[in-house]
Design a protein around this ligand. Structure first.
Ligand code: 5GP
Ligand code: ZN
Length: 118
């Protein structure tokens, strides 16, 4: 199993199980877990197990996991009954609001979402 790539990375440690989390999905490429500080009734983080810093670092060499991540999101949306809708967000870089520098997609649902986001 491909896990940690960066020994100082919080989400690498979560993906490998070194730091505990509330798991909702795991396969050889992808891990999904509940956000520790939820901003919606459903707030899940979906991450590649491989260390990718952000959306700015997606390339032909590492992008296979991105399609898997969206397959997982579709699977979770059905499993969790998110038929009223949901939002998928990835924050990238400082002005994008990224605080953890391991690529992650926020899957949020359970309340009406505003547009545009702040
Ligand atoms: P960002 O701000 O980088 O887009 O999102 C980082 C997210 O990670 C935040 O929503 C934050 O609540 C979540 N987070 C930070 N540390 C932890 C942690 O140790 N465990 C879990 N489950 N979520 C975390
Ligand atoms: Zn990482």
């Amino acid at each position: 199993m491909k896990t940690a790539g960066n020994p100082d990375c919080l989400f690498c440690k979560i993906a490998s199980g070194e730091i505990p989390s509330e798991s909702v999905y795991s396969d050889e490429l992808v891990y999904a877990f509940k956000d520790i500080d939820p901003k919606a009734p459903v707030h899940i983080l979906v991450i590649p197990k491989e260390h990718i810093v952000s959306a700015a670092e997606i390339s032909p060499e590492n992008s296979k996991v991105i399609s898997r991540i969206f397959e997982v999101i579709a699977h979770l949306s059905k499993e969790l009954g998110l038929d009223r809708g949901f939002r998928v967000v990835t924050n990238c870089g400082g002005e994008g609001g990224q605080t953890v520098y391991h690529l992650h997609f926020h899957l949020m649902a359970g309340r009406p979402m505003k547009w545009p986001p702040g």
